[in-house]
Design a protein around this ligand. Structure first.
Ligand SMILES: C[S@@+](CC[C@H](N)C(=O)[O-])C[C@H]1O[C@@H](n2cnc3c(N)ncnc32)[C@H](O)[C@@H]1O
Length: 231
């Protein structure tokens, strides 16, 4: 039976491709926060690795169990928090969850394996956490799907010193390397969102807010410059 995906399926298809690229037959792939369980079913059609699906919400996991049974897929479904209930994981997909929550899930078991991560709504906190904790960021890029931007991180283990410039930290290293169409659209939307900074009066702000704003202005100017001159 063909799996019916939601309308915004490009995101799931890209995440699925990234997991497949990492996976071999003896890997254990865990989809944390699986909800409907689309990803493990998509994966079961492409790879032979053992598949686990977890969710902290029993009712969400029930949707995954129903879908997996309907598709006759062997997915080991478990209710619980993060990766604590799947310590045998060698590849984790943690998608559609807040960046600080993803960071907590990785920290909780001091996860050292591979991962595909897609934080919501923003990339900044998670990127900083991954850099601070020496996760090897193999890919770090944005995609546009149905008018929404999503950030994808591919992690290839831990204990690595990433070389990230300030620009890479602002926008993601893979984005700057590949200058994809979706990244250009993201930059345009960021410049548009922060255009108000051009005429902003910072004199009446507190010192702390001034510092934050200066960082934002720097970010805005770098984004404008990339659009003007390229990377
Ligand atoms: C917005 S859905 C994302 C579903 C799917 N991963 C995707 O990307 O389309 C987030 C899911 O993560 C689950 N979740 C949130 N925190 C979790 C945690 N610490 N451990 C396991 N599941 C979690 C929620 O219950 C919810 O079902």
């Amino acid at each position: 039976m063909k799996l019916k995906l939601p309308r915004a399926k490009k995101r799931l298809e890209i995440i699925c491709d990234e997991v497949c690229e990492l996976a071999s037959d003896d890997d254990v792939v865990t989809d944390v926060g699986t909800d409907h369980g689309y990803l493990p079913i998509m994966l079961s059609e492409k790879i032979k690795s053992k598949l686990i699906a977890t969710d902290i919400s029993k009712s969400s996991l029930e949707k995954a169990i129903v879908l997996s049974n309907k598709h006759n897929t062997e997915v080991d479904c478990r209710v619980g928090d993060g990766l604590k209930i799947a310590p045998e994981t060698t590849i984790a997909s943690i998608c559609g969850i807040g960046g600080t929550e993803i960071a907590k899930i990785l920290s909780d078991i001091n996860y050292h394996g591979k991962a595909v991560l897609q934080p919501v709504p923003t990339d900044k906190d998670l990127r900083q956490f991954l850099l601070d904790n020496n996760y090897h960021i193999k890919k770090d890029y944005v995609i546009l799907n149905e008018n929404k931007f999503y950030f994808i991180f591919v992690i290839d283990g831990k204990d690595c010193k990433n070389r990230y410039s300030q620009k890479d930290k602002f926008f993601g290293k893979t984005n700057l390397k590949n200058m994809s169409e979706d990244f250009i659209l993201y930059l345009k939307s960021e410049v548009n969102r922060l255009k108000f900074l051009e005429n902003f009066d910072i004199t009446k702000m507190s010192e702390k807010s001034k510092e934050e704003l200066k960082e934002k202005i720097k970010y805005y100017n770098v984004a404008k410059n990339i659009l003007k001159k390229g990377k």
